[in-house]
Structure formats: C-alpha cells, structure tokens
Design a protein around this ligand. Structure first.
Ligand code: CO
Length: 175
C-alpha cells in the first residue's frame, strides 16, 4: 500500500460506499494509519491509497493512538459558520494554501465494529473531517483554495503533474 499523488485519477473518483464491514477491512485500515503516521498526517482517505471506498482514518493528536477514528461511510450534517485556514494534503506534497471550511459540523459514520457513530466537531477536527470526506467525493484542497492560494500553488501542481507522467511512463515501459 502506498499513498498516491495528484493527478492520480483515483483521487478524482467518487468512492463507493462500504457494503460490508468485514475482516479484510481491519488490516487495510491498520496499514492506512501506519502510512499516515509515517507521512506526518492527521487524516487519510481510502482513495489516497488507491482504494475507492467511502472510508477514512483520522487522528488529530497522532501521539495518542486512543484518539484514532475510523470512519466508514461518513456523512456531514448541520454545517455552521466558516473559517479560512492553511491546509495541506498527503496526496499533494509541497502544496499548501488557505482553504475555507465550515467551522462546525455534525458527522455521522460507522466504526469498524459496525456501530453508528455521531460527533459534533469544531475547529481542526471539523476541518479534518471535511477534508477527508471531500476525498471520498473526489474533491481536493485545490478545488476549495482561495484564489490567491490557488495561484501560489500553480508551480507545485505542474511539478506533480510532471512527476506523475514520468512515473507512469517508467511503469509502462517496465511492464
Ligand atoms: Co488529503
């Protein structure tokens, strides 16, 4: 398992709902947490590892494993307020910019035991939920950046596009 980078097409697909919470899921989720911690992130969505399902892992305080959240088929409701703040994404290395988000949201999801979960989140956690749920819809931070930030990341995006092309070319000639 590895983190895929922009402009990998998996990142632009709408992920399919998880139909069944089975044993195979647990192992992949563990792998996602490990990748996320290695990369120094606070959230990772399944499409970011090339797996197009509605599932994301979150930990706003990576030093405490007890804060881990696994969200299966998450949904946002009751958005309130708005806030612009800097955001990055493990699928867009070197890309950082200001992104507008709801300040407070209610999130409903299923955990790995199949229990219905619900939480009202604010601030950073609300932002992480929105960022990860965006991934499940095929949406990226560059779609929501302020115009000034979008301009400032143009060079970094071009670099990622070039890297992706080079890697796909290398991949197809190796086969
Ligand atoms: Co991301």
């Amino acid at each position: 398992m590895e983190i895929v980078h922009y402009p990998d097409p998996t990142l632009r697909r709408r992920a399919a709902p998880v139909e069944e919470i089975g044993g195979g899921l647990r192992e992949r989720v563990r792998g996602m947490f490990e990748l996320m911690y290695e990369a120094g992130g606070v959230g990772l969505a399944a499409p970011q590892v090339g797996w197009s399902v509605q599932l994301c892992v979150i930990n706003p305080t990576p030093s405490e494993r007890s804060a881990e959240l696994v969200c299966v088929n998450p949904l946002l409701a009751d958005p309130e307020g708005s806030e612009v703040a800097g955001e990055g994404c493990l699928s867009l290395p070197e890309v950082r910019g200001n992104v507008g988000r709801w300040r407070r949201v209610r999130v409903r999801w299923y955990d790995l035991a199949g229990h219905r979960m619900e939480q009202v989140a604010e601030g950073l956690l609300a932002r992480i939920f929105q960022h990860e749920i965006d991934h499940l819809e095929g949406r990226l931070i560059i779609d929501r950046m302020t115009p000034a930030s979008r301009l400032s990341v143009r060079g970094a995006l071009k670099d990622l596009e070039r890297d992706y092309k080079a890697r796909s070319r290398a991949g197809s000639s190796a086969r």
